[in-house]
Design a protein around this ligand. Structure first.
Ligand code: CP
Length: 338
């Protein structure tokens, strides 16, 4: 049976760790230009209802490096949701493609795409809910920098509300699954709601994560190994920009003075794109403490791991690829997943 990647909450800590382990292996193989063509002659439909730099590029390049093809469908390119139902689009795409990657305005459309699809569906961000491929990449990036996952101290400074805080919320979710200690600093009116926290606390009780919710950014970053921010203002929200900046500035801005509140080894993270001068200053994002471009690059290896695991699952590799140096290692890890 096909398996989709649409919500972090659907996966156990072991499964998420397996994906992180696989990302490390495929990164090594990719750097050596030795990644086997595990998706040889396979096609993945890549639907984007919104603009994207990192997600679009990483999935498309990953498909090429795996010997297949990613069909980029830009916003407005296909009939989805306007002249054709999500279900009909899903049935048609899954009759011709081996997988569907989708960035949508509404999580429900990703969920419905998966419901009607006979091939695996990968969530490339639901604008109203989550970004699991991003936060999986972030967990891998932290693991790569520090050499362990359990007990990492991650501080997210910014919005965690249901309306606008999808990165902070999804980071909280994956942290609570993986035993990462999560410190959240949001202004009161932009805080995560109790209902969401119930799920997080349930995960944390199993993984041992410490979850700290505060309005005080300095308190959140005092022990941080990593400080993470996302944008406060964005296109489509121009009418709310002034009000939002008032809620966050200057208290929540990560600048050089702010970084001094964290331990000296602390690294700065951002999913990008960033609004330089708002949630973060140039001096921080361009500093030696910033790992934002490592994070962005790691999107490629994360997407390779996701495509191999979910789309590649149903496929039998060619003899030549089975004989490649990395095949055994990749196959050992993916077998742990299913
Ligand atoms: N972080 C991220 O998803 O970037 P894009 O919007 O450029 O894909």
């Amino acid at each position: 049976m096909k398996k989709d990647f649409i919500d972090i909450q659907d996966f156990s800590a072991e499964e998420l760790k397996t994906l992180i382990e696989l990302t490390g292996i495929v990164k090594k193989a990719s750097k050596e230009r030795a990644l086997p063509d595990l998706l040889h002659k396979r096609s993945v439909a890549m639907i984007f209802e919104e603009a994207s730099t990192r997600t679009r590029t990483s999935f498309e390049v990953a498909m090429t490096l795996l010997g297949g093809h990613g069909l980029y469908m830009r916003p407005g390119d296909i009939h989805l949701g306007k002249r054709e139902t999500v279900g009909d689009t899903s049935r048609v795409l899954s009759s011709m493609c081996d997988g569907i990657v989708i960035r949508a305005l509404h999580y429900k459309d990703i969920f419905d795409m998966a419901k009607y699809s006979s091939v695996p569906v990968i969530n490339a961000m639901a604008d109203d809910k989550n970004h699991p491929a991003q936060v999986l990449c972030d967990a891998f990036t932290m693991f790569e920098k520090i050499g362990r996952i359990r007990g990492i101290n991650l501080a997210f400074v910014g919005d965690s509300s249901e309306e606008f805080g999808l990165i902070g919320r999804d980071l909280m979710l994956i942290s609570s699954k993986l035993g990462i200690n999560f410190y959240l600093a949001s202004p009161k009116q932009h805080q995560v709601e109790e209902e969401f926290l119930k799920r997080v606390y349930k995960n944390a009780a199993l993984s041992g994560s410490k979850i700290v919710i505060t309005e005080e950014p300095k308190e959140a970053v005092a022990q941080a190994d990593f400080i993470y921010t996302d944008v406060w203002t964005w296109y489509g929200f121009e009418d709310k920009a002034e009000e939002r900046l008032k809620a966050f500035m200057p208290k929540y801005q990560v600048n050089s003075e702010f970084m001094k509140k964290a331990p000296p080894h602390c690294k700065y993270m951002h999913c990008l794109p960033a609004m330089r001068g708002e949630e973060v200053t140039d001096e921080v994002i361009d500093s030696n403490q910033s790992i934002v471009f490592d994070q962005a690059e790691n999107r490629l290896y994360t997407e390779e791991a996701l495509l191999i695991t979910f789309v590649g699952r149903a496929l039998r590799p060619r003899k030549a690829d089975k004989e490649s140096n990395y095949y055994k290692e990749i196959s050992r890890i993916t077998q742990k997943f299913f």
